[in-house]
Design a protein around this ligand. Structure first.
Ligand SMILES: CC(C)(COP(=O)(O)OP(=O)(O)OC[C@H]1O[C@@H](n2cnc3c(N)ncnc32)[C@H](O)[C@@H]1OP(=O)(O)O)[C@@H](O)C(=O)NCCC(=O)NCCS
Length: 176
């Protein structure tokens, strides 16, 4: 385990969790929230898995519940920029029936601790669509604030929808 609070830990993303993760990505309810319109094949997924675990510009973690080791999903830093010292947060917690219990907020806060304390990043940002108020609220609780709106950025369920960009600085996170 790399970092934890009293409930969750961030662990390396191991091959044994990868198939479960693809199943979640391909579920309709999650695919639409992630802005994906095409299913991910096994071959595409395996290619993605091998590239992301080797990448120097991404760090991906499996989020696990400490009480029973349950795999809840992944949270990761994408497009880490080592000069600007920023990165994009992405998250998918797909475990059935466990939304709204604070796990998303905790997982984001753990990733922010990792980003600011271990990697020395200055800022973490993300993109969240207007059809995903649950995620927006979890991000707000984790410390992110709105920076701007991208008009009609995603095409979801036959409509163009706005996307919010949110961000948090290390200095803001440490004082929150
Ligand atoms: C987004 C996600 C990480 C949130 O995880 P979670 O464990 O459900 O989040 P939390 O329980 O920490 O917080 C959710 C908050 O949203 C609120 N919420 C739920 N549905 C809501 C809605 N329709 N409108 C507004 N708020 C809502 C909850 O009440 C809770 O806030 P509260 O604690 O103030 O009551 C998780 O649901 C997920 O992985 N979803 C699928 C993938 C995804 O959307 N990723 C983000 C793409 S940008």
């Amino acid at each position: 385990m790399l970092i934890n609070d009293d409930t969750l830990g961030l662990f390396p993303f191991q091959p044994e969790d990868s198939d479960q993760y693809r199943d979640w990505v391909n579920k309709e309810e999650f695919a639409r929230l992630l802005g994906r319109s095409l299913p991910v094949s096994k071959t595409e997924h395996e290619g993605w898995y091998h590239s992301i675990v080797k990448s120097h510009s991404s760090v991906v973690f499996a989020v696990k519940r400490l009480s029973d080791g349950l795999y809840l999903g992944n949270v990761w830093l994408h497009n880490i920029h080592w000069v600007n010292r920023n990165a994009e947060l992405r998250i998918l917690l797909g475990a059935e029936g466990l939304q709204g219990k604070g796990y998303g907020t905790r997982a984001c806060r753990l990733l922010l601790r990792f980003a600011f304390e271990k990697l020395g990043l200055h800022k973490v940002y993300l993109y969240v669509s207007a059809v995903n108020p649950r995620a927006g609220r979890a991000f707000e609780k984790a410390g992110f604030r709105k920076e701007g709106t991208l008009k009609d950025e995603f095409f979801i369920d036959g409509k163009f929808v706005d996307v919010e960009r949110m961000g948090v600085l290390g200095t803001e996170f440490r004082s929150s």
